[in-house]
Design a protein around this ligand. Structure first.
Ligand SMILES: [Zn+2]
Length: 350
């Protein structure tokens, strides 16, 4: 497959949509309800009513987590995870994405009875198949779940450090889970392990907790990116710090709206963060759970007044902040220059 023929670029050349890239998506949270139903039937698993009329059913944060965990349990072996990654990435490529990272959680796989090695191997095979079929480039970030405690997060970091040696598609380590539990200092050792292994670092912060947690996460865990970070907007000095350091923000507008982090689209801090000079990227988080996908996030930006050149800038920010080798990064950035010309959009805005 010649990646130059990737669907996104073809669309850009014909004057169509802006090529997209994504840094923040939880792979189990990307599972389409139809795929979850199919695997539940195959494995004889009762989903307990979490899928209705082709959509996930939940009504608050607790029931969202319960539905998410239940859906995760239908993936029972490497072949199921291969299917999940391939399905997710081919869908993204067809919608116009050229690059995607996703979070994988060894703790989630363990609770479904799947060893971390099989989980990783299945997802990696799915990435390779999707690339062969569509040209999309993708990488994985192993995450620790903070509400499981510092020891488990350290174990996830050791998993990432050990397995990244053999699996070049595993390039990052991150922190997820309930942000209100633990402080960045509790996870410093886990991040030291991952940093020493040469992994890219990111952490959820400034979603359910405030700006101070964003500051401490950057200062103590020394991440180059922040998952969400939208509540940084509550403290101008934290926003300035993010802009000065060039920390990439993995912003997930529809997730923020669905979980009540922002009351409505008009009050979403996407624009103030961009205008303050922050390095913003657009992401879907757990797309079918929030009735969204990456194209809908780019459409959200369009409806907030960001033109094609600005939206291409979000894609460029994502590729510049991606946990990917330099040769791949340069190739992807070069593709964006071609897209910018095709779109008639300036290549350095955003
Ligand atoms: Zn997330």
């Amino acid at each position: 497959m010649n990646t130059d023929a990737a669907p996104a670029l073809a669309r850009a050349r014909s004057g169509g949509a802006v090529p997209m890239a994504e840094l923040h998506c939880h792979i189990e949270g990307a599972a389409r309800p139809a795929l979850v139903l199919e695997l539940a039937e195959r494995h004889g698993i009762d989903l307990g009513g979490i899928v209705r009329d082709g959509a996930y059913v939940w009504h608050d944060f607790t029931s969202f987590l319960a539905a998410y965990d239940r859906a995760s349990l239908v993936f029972r072996d490497a072949a199921d995870y291969c299917r999940l990654a391939e399905d997710h990435l081919t869908g993204l490529a067809r919608a116009g994405a050229v690059y995607a990272e996703f979070f994988m959680s060894p703790d989630h796989a363990a609770s479904a009875g799947v060893p971390g090695e099989a989980y990783l191997a299945g997802l990696a095979e799915g990435i390779r198949r999707a690339k062969t079929a569509t040209g999309i480039e993708a990488r994985m970030i192993a995450i620790g779940v903070r509400h499981l405690g510092a020891d488990r997060v350290e174990a996830a970091a050791r998993f990432a450090a050990t397995h990244a040696v053999r699996e070049p598609l595993l390039t990052g380590f991150g922190l997820a889970g309930d942000e209100r539990i633990g402080t960045p200092r509790d996870f410093a050792r886990a991040f030291d392990i991952a940093r020493d292994a040469g992994l890219g670092l990111t952490a959820h912060a400034g979603e359910f907790d405030g700006a101070e947690n964003v500051r401490e996460t950057v200062e103590i865990l020394r991440t180059s990116r922040i998952g969400h970070g939208v509540r940084a907007v509550e403290a101008p000095d934290v926003v300035r710090m993010l802009a000065d350091k060039g920390i990439a923000l993995e912003i997930c507008p529809h997730s923020n709206l669905a979980l009540g982090v922002c009351p409505d689209a008009a009050s979403h801090p996407l624009r103030p963060l961009v205008e303050a000079g922050c390095r913003v990227t657009l992401n879907s988080d757990d797309p079918p759970f929030f009735a969204t996908d990456l194209a809908a996030e780019y459409a959200f930006a369009a409806s907030a007044g960001f033109g094609p050149g600005d939206r291409l800038g979000f894609t460029r920010n994502a590729i510049e902040a991606a946990f990917v080798d330099e040769a791949t990064r340069q190739r992807l950035l070069q593709q964006l220059v071609v897209s910018a010309i095709a779109l008639g959009a300036p290549s350095s805005s955003g």
